[in-house]
Design a protein around this ligand. Structure first.
Ligand SMILES: [Zn+2]
Length: 375
């Protein structure tokens, strides 16, 4: 089953840790064994071979920056102090994707237009085909073949956008989704930093709507989300966020309240569920406890959204793999992104039809992309 993953911080990993996603995850792990990268960000879940094995054909690849006040350590070198720095680090990441697709056109491709999406999907054949048997997909068997993985660029934290006038520069560079916040920004409250949409935030949304950017509310504070749901006329999604109602005892504004979920459903939005243990189970604490959580917990979050919606047209996946989540902090069945295919049979056992599973794996994101992509 063709899989769209709505959230991977590839450029941040490439620039911060020198990760090379043209390699297999296994190879990256071997090269990083015992290094500071593993201490800071765990073992990778991503690599091109694993995308092939897991039929991961399209990724919303982020341009992610965080403010210095929330830096994770000295090594977190893309954290910014000034708006100029935020801009520079964001441009650097966009250019990183441009260089990646230029250097490896058989492996990665930017998708910013309908024709590009058509061409990408055409290359994969039937989107609901079963994945190839694991062992048959090796690096050597894919030499000169395999499918290019599409990248739709997503800004996570818009602080690097200096003014709404600059939005056409980002659109021309391939960005199609924008999340105004990560922590709080000058546009609105964000994770652990509550607050409403500011006048600058409204200006940003006005500019975004003119271009038809998809608004990603994942890290926005609830107050700002509710304002945006009323105000923003174009597509609204949460690329990577889980339901607060399934996380009893947690009060973080990083999770979606029922009010926000229902608001997104009213706006025909899509929510990408994050398969990370501490986002699935509030009692999960230890990196040594991978075995305790299974993919059925991911299915439960998907099911929660589908039950509220009354259909399977609004739930999807946004793994955020390698964005602070690693082999150590994901469900027991997950060794690499390829294992997300195992979710299909779990959903089927819960009564989801093959059409439902296809919608969750790719159809729901495709529908929104086709609505906004230019010819
Ligand atoms: Zn995030």
């Amino acid at each position: 089953m063709f899989l769209i993953d709505a959230h991977q911080d590839l450029a941040w990993n490439m620039l911060t840790f020198g990760r090379d996603y043209t390699r297999a995850a296994e190879e990256t792990r071997r090269l990083e064994a015992g290094s500071a990268t593993v201490q800071h960000n765990g073992d990778t879940l991503l690599g091109w071979l694993d995308y092939q094995r897991g039929q991961v054909g399209l990724i919303f690849a982020t341009i992610y920056i965080g403010p210095k006040r929330r830096a994770m350590g000295d090594w977190d070198k893309l954290s910014y102090e000034t708006l100029e720095e935020a801009h520079r680090f964001s441009v650097l990441q966009m250019e990183t994707y441009h260089r990646l697709v230029e250097a490896h056109p058989q492996k990665f491709r930017l998708v910013g237009r309908r024709g590009e999406l058509d061409a990408l999907l055409g290359g994969w054949g039937p989107l609901d085909a079963a994945p190839p048997a694991g062992e048959s997909v090796s690096a050597s068997s894919l030499e000169g073949s395999g499918h290019p993985v599409g990248l739709v660029l997503l800004i996570e934290n818009a602080e690097g956008i200096r003014s709404p006038e600059e939005l056409s520069f980002w659109w021309d560079g391939g960005v199609r989704l924008i999340g105004p916040a990560w922590a709080g920004t000058r546009f609105c409250g964000g994770t652990r930093e509550p607050g409403p949409l500011t006048p600058a935030g409204y200006d940003l949304l006005r500019g975004m709507a003119e271009h038809n950017f998809i608004l990603d509310i994942s890290h926005m504070d609830e107050q700002a989300v509710l304002q945006a749901l009323d105000f923003y006329p174009a597509e609204i999604v949460a690329t990577h966020a889980n339901a607060l109602a399934l996380l009893p005892g947690i009060e973080s504004n990083r999770f979606l309240s029922d009010r926000v979920i229902d608001g997104l459903l009213t706006r025909d939005g899509v929510i990408g569920v994050i398969p990370a243990n501490d986002f699935l189970d509030p009692t999960w604490r230890s990196h040594r406890d991978k075995e305790r959580i299974g993919l059925e917990a991911v299915a439960a979050h998907i099911d929660y959204i589908c039950q509220r919606a009354g259909d399977a047209r609004h739930a999807a996946l946004g793994t955020d793999f390698d964005g602070g989540f690693s082999v150590q902090t994901t469900p027991r069945e997950v060794d690499t992104i390829a294992d997300m295919q195992k979710l299909a049979s779990i959903l089927s056992q819960m009564g989801y039809t093959s059409e439902d599973v296809a919608a969750i794996f790719h159809g729901n994101w495709l529908e929104r992309l086709y609505r906004i992509l230019p010819e």
